[in-house]
Design a protein around this ligand. Sequence first.
Ligand SMILES: Nc1ncnc2c1ncn2[C@@H]1O[C@H](COP(=O)(O)OP(=O)(O)O)[C@@H](O)[C@H]1O
Ligand SMILES: [Mg+2]
Length: 245
Amino acid sequence: MNEILKASNLSKHFGGLMAIDDVSFSIYEGETLGLMGPNGAGKTTLVNLITGKYFTDTGSIQFMGKDITRMAPYKRCKLGISRTYQIPRPFPELTALSSVIVSALYGKDRSNQSLDDAGYEATHYLEFCGLFSKRNVLCKDLTLYELRGLELARALATTPKLIFVDEVMAGLNPAEATKAVRLLERAKEEFGVTILWIEHVMAALMKAANRVVVLHYGKKIAEGLPQEIANDPLVIECYLGSCHV
Ligand SMILES: Nc1ncnc2c1ncn2[C@@H]1O[C@H](COP(=O)(O)OP(=O)(O)O)[C@@H](O)[C@H]1O
Ligand SMILES: [Mg+2]
């Protein structure tokens, strides 16, 4: 399998706290890589380093063979990296459709797209995410479940090769969570995206991921097939709360 992303020796400190501590891993084209770890393990910070919200203190990031370590976030997006936010970040005063149009217009390396074309594309992604009937609703009036769908529609509208999905199931009821998982699987099939899927609920990720990386206090403590991770004594200990790596 082709390596789509290679992160080498990444670290990020906030004051005296090492949120990410010398983490290296790769993502391969077409896979769903699970990123797991207790609350505060550094999962979102790792995504922030790779998408460019923060620059890494050490190491390097290669995306499709290109060094993106110091690249601005919007350029990484245009190259094909996209994300959803754990806490949805809509434009409250825009309609669902307009906010996906923004992604379709600005999220890819194509500056000559007309507003009509962007509207057509955005409608398609909204429909895919089950939000067609909500297209004219202001984002501030959407439910949490709908906002999660909107996050995905916005991410897909940038035509990414790699999507980071941050705790898509948090705060959803079981029926909504099941639908959200199915939607991501369909996104993979239909758009051929590679997914890095963050979740701190172990069981859910074990079903969805091809491989899993586990973070704990900013360090990578395990990497392997879901079954190997589920049986890893260190991972089990960390999840039971008695692990101090
Ligand atoms: N911008 C920030 N400033 C200060 N501390 C931060 C910041 N972002 C994250 N942290 C801290 O870094 C650690 C890892 O956080 P985070 O990456 O959000 O964990 P996770 O997503 O695994 O729950 C936590 O202790 C968190 O409080
Ligand atoms: Mg997080």
